[in-house]
Design a protein. Sequence first.
Length: 93
Amino acid sequence: MTRLKKILFSTRTMTVLLLLFGISMAVATFVENDYDTPTAKTLIYNSTWFEILMLWLIVLFAVNIKTYRLTRREKWPLLAFHLAFIFMFVTHK
């Protein structure tokens, strides 16, 4: 179980998921350009897999905040960066 936990919550996994998130956003842009906004929303933005991806990224950002103790005063800029991503994912419509 510990090995699976290390894989699921690693920084490398987070990097891959952020890359996947960026690629899916790019694909959504092309879909929206070629078809229309409702199609992009249906296929990507409002899909279950995209919501799961964002939820997983929120959890990973929160884990990184705890793991790297970003609440310490000298790490507040990194904390703001991580919280900004969490805020963007939470306010996604």
